[in-house]
Design a protein around this ligand. Structure first.
Ligand SMILES: [Zn+2]
Ligand SMILES: [Zn+2]
Length: 148
């Protein structure tokens, strides 16, 4: 999603475009990796030292509500990440060591017989998530650290 389009969406829904809000938006537009709220905060603080993590969270929920970003729950990692809505369905590779993520176009859901599952289990499928966890190239090159 482009920045001007997102700003238009703010306006249409009666939200003011505060400089901080715009900065949060910029963080997402200039970054196509899913970010945690803490990472967004760290970037915004560089320009707006007074912004609190709470304010970041509040703005993230507005961005979510407006459909500008999506929330990804990386269960194994134990936290949520957010990314700009690209409008294109995809999944992620997630590094367990450094948290770096990469999008993959592959979707395993396509190979499932959705109707059959819904019919057999009397379950209406609304959404799905699929993430692959492992070690990225950089982390694989580093010598193994011992953990005690
Ligand atoms: Zn890594
Ligand atoms: Zn999928």
């Amino acid at each position: 999603m482009r920045e001007d389009y997102a700003i238009e969406r703010f306006r249409k829904n009666g939200y003011k475009i505060t400089p901080q809000r715009q900065e949060i938006l910029k963080v997402f537009v200039g970054n196509n990796l899913p970010l945690s709220a803490e990472e967004v905060h760290r970037k915004v603080v560089e320009r707006y030292p007074n912004i609190s993590l709470d304010t970041v969270y509040r703005n993230l929920s507005i961005l979510l509500e407006l459909g500008i970003i999506s929330k990804l729950d990386f269960i194994l990692e134990g936290k949520s990440r957010y990314e700009l809505n690209s409008g294109k369905h995809h999944h992620h590779l997630v590094c367990l060591k450094c948290g770096v993520t990469e999008a993959i176009d592959f979707c395993p859901f396509k190979s499932l017989d959705r109707e059959k599952i819904e019919e057999e289990k009397k379950f209406e499928i609304k959404k799905h998530s699929f993430e692959l966890f492992g070690h990225c190239e950089l982390c694989r090159e580093k010598p193994q650290e011992k953990s005690f």
